[in-house]
Design a protein around this ligand. Sequence first.
Ligand SMILES: [Zn+2]
Ligand SMILES: [Zn+2]
Length: 120
Amino acid sequence: MDDRDADHDPADAWPLPPVWMWGCEKCIELYKGMKHACEVTNAAREEYGPAFDCDPFDTVLTSQIRLAEHLVTQHADDIPAEDPACGKCTSPEMLHLPRRFVLEHRARHLFAPPSIVDLL
Ligand SMILES: [Zn+2]
Ligand SMILES: [Zn+2]
């Protein structure tokens, strides 16, 4: 299945991670783990319906958090600035959060669809 189908909602589209992520073994490992968790969850949803709630979804979130944490600790210089189109990035509450949390949120913009980044 191709993520870039024309009728795909752009808010749900998975961005292509930046090239430097492919130069880091840990990034690749964590990214693949996350995508795999997504596929397992999507397959379960297709079989049982969109209301299906299960552990794999937690795995998706956990794997995203692990990748974001890795990006912040190992690739802090490559974390993007806040996204003006993102309600969370521009939210005043971000000013009061620990810098690490803010960076982890921005890091997710590198690899997760906007619809998912907004949730975290
Ligand atoms: Zn890395
Ligand atoms: Zn954001």
